[in-house]
Design a binder for this molecule. Structure first.
Ligand code: PLP
Length: 368
C-alpha cells in the first residue's frame, strides 16, 4: 500500500486551486509585492475572525513572538515565564533580546503549561508570561491572565502558532490576552505557501509599536523612531491565506470531527489520549498521543506506510542552547512527554478510510 501523507497539502490545493491561482495572479498583475492591498484585506479579515481590534501580519510566527516582546520593550535580564515543552522559537526570541526564559512544567494530560506552578516562578524581574497553546488547544488563559493581573498587570503573550481557529470559553485563540501570536507556516492550521505569521492585540499603542517594529522601527518613511526588524509578510503569502480562508470554517469542523473520531478509535488501545478541557476545543495542529515503546511503534508504522512525527523529543531546558536557563531544575512532565509523544497523520482532507488504516496499523504495532 502507498504511503499516507502526514499532512495532505496537495488535496487542499486541489480543492482551492481556482481561488488560490486567481489570488496569486491578481498580485502578479498589480505588482505590489510588499504591503500590497491583500495585506490590509487579510489583516481586517483575521482581526474580525479572532475578534481582536488589531491584526498585524508579519514574516513568520517566530517574528510575531519577537515583535511582541520588542513592542513590550523587553530588556536584557528581564524574565519571561514559558513552557519548556514547545518548539524552540518560543524561548529563542526571549534569549535573542537578552531576556531569560523561566521554564514552568506542563500538565501531564494536556501538555500545556501548568498554571498552578506559574506564581512561584514569578520574581521581581518577571516581565511577561508566554504560554503556548500546544497542539491546537488553548492554554488556561483566564487563569494566566488572573495571575498576571495580580502581579502588576504582567503582559501575557499567547504563542498560538498551533491554535489559530481554536476556541476557549466561546472566544477565539489569539484574542485572549495582551498579544496573540500565530504562524502561517504551511503545516499550521491556517498555512500559507512559505513563511508568514500574525500578531493580534486590542491595545492601540502596542499595535502601533508592532507595526513600526515590523518595518525597521519606522514611524514614517525614513524616520526610525525605535529599533525594528524586517518583518513584513509579503503580499503573495497574504493572498494565499485569503484564498484559504474560504473553506477555513469547514477545515476547522473537519479537524474537530476527525480529532474526535481519532479519540474514539483509540479508546481500546494502550495509548494515553491527550485530555481536552470541556471549556475549549483542540484544532489538532498535530494529532498527538502519548505511549511507551515509541521507537518500535514508529518503526513499524513507517514500514506500513504510516508516517509519524515527534513534537517534541527534547524539552528546551535540556537543549544545549537553553540549558543554562533551566536553573538546573527538572521538569518531569515535559521530560516524560518528550519520551512519549507521537503525532499521527492529520489534516482536514484526511479520509475516514485513511484514519482507519492509521488506527489498525497502530493497533498491530502495539500488539507486536
Ligand atoms: C511553528 C511554531 C512557531 C514558529 O512559527 P514559524 O512561523 O515557523 O516561525 C512558534 N511556536 C510554536 C509553538 C510553533 O509550533
Amino acid at each position: 500500500m502507498s504511503n499516507l501523507p502526514f499532512i495532505d497539502l496537495k488535496a487542499q490545493y486541489a480543492a482551492l486551486k481556482p481561488s488560490i491561482d486567481a489570488r496569486i495572479q491578481a498580485v502578479l498583475d498589480h505588482g505590489q509585492y510588499i504591503m500590497g492591498p491583500e495585506v490590509k484585506e487579510l489583516e481586517e479579515k483575521l482581526a474580525g475572525y479572532v475578534g481582536s481590534k488589531h491584526c498585524i501580519t508579519v514574516s513568520s510566527g517566530t517574528e510575531a513572538l519577537l515583535i511582541a516582546l520588542m513592542a513590550l520593550d523587553l530588556k536584557p535580564g528581564d524574565e519571561v515565564i514559558t513552557t519548556p515543552f514547545t518548539f524552540a522559537a518560543t524561548a529563542e526570541v526571549i534569549v535573542l533580546l537578552g531576556g531569560v526564559p523561566v521554564f514552568v512544567d506542563i500538565e501531564p494530560d494536556t501538555c500545556n503549561i501548568d498554571v498552578t506552578k506559574i506564581e512561584s516562578a514569578i520574581t521581581s524581574r518577571t516581565r511577561a508570561i508566554m504560554p503556548v497553546s500546544l497542539y491546537g488547544q488553548v492554554a488556561d488563559m483566564d487563569e494566566i491572565n488572573a495571575i498576571a493581573a495580580r502581579h502588576g498587570n504582567l503582559p501575557v503573550i499567547e504563542d498560538a502558532a498551533q491554535s489559530f481557529g481554536a476556541s476557549y470559553k466561546g472566544k477565539k485563540s489569539c484574542g485572549l490576552s495582551t498579544f496573540g501570536a500565530t504562524s502561517f507556516f504551511p503545516s499550521k492550521p491556517l498555512g500559507c505557501y512559505g513563511d508568514g505569521g500574525a500578531l493580534f492585540t486590542n491595545d492601540d499603542a502596542l499595535a502601533q509599536a508592532a507595526r513600526e517594529i515590523r518595518v525597521h522601527g519606522q514611524s514614517q518613511r525614513y524616520t526610525h523612531t525605535r529599533l525594528g526588524v524586517g518583518g513584513r509578510m509579503d503580499t503573495l503569502q497574504c493572498a494565499v491565506v485569503l484564498a484559504k480562508l474560504e473553506r477555513f470554517d469547514w477545515e476547522i469542523e473537519q479537524r474537530l470531527s476527525l480529532g474526535d473520531r481519532y479519540q474514539q478509535l483509540l479508546i481500546d488501545l494502550p495509548v494515553q489520549r491527550l485530555a481536552v478541557r470541556s471549556d475549549r476545543n483542540c484544532v489538532w495542529a498535530q494529532f498527538t498521543v502519548l505511549l511507551d515503546g515509541r521507537p518500535n511503534i514508529q518503526q513499524a508504522l513507517q514500514a506500513a506506510g504510516v508516517p509519524t512525527a515527534i513534537h517534541y523529543p527534547r524539552p528546551l531546558h535540556l537543549q544545549p542552547a537553553y540549558s543554562t536557563y533551566g536553573r538546573g531544575e527538572t521538569h518531569v512532565h515535559s521530560e516524560s512527554a518528550g519520551q512519549r509523544v507521537m503525532s499521527l497523520p492529520m489534516s482536514p482532507d484526511l479520509t475516514h478510510e485513511q484514519q482507519d488504516r492509521v488506527i489498525s496499523e497502530l493497533a498491530k504495532a502495539l500488539k507486536a
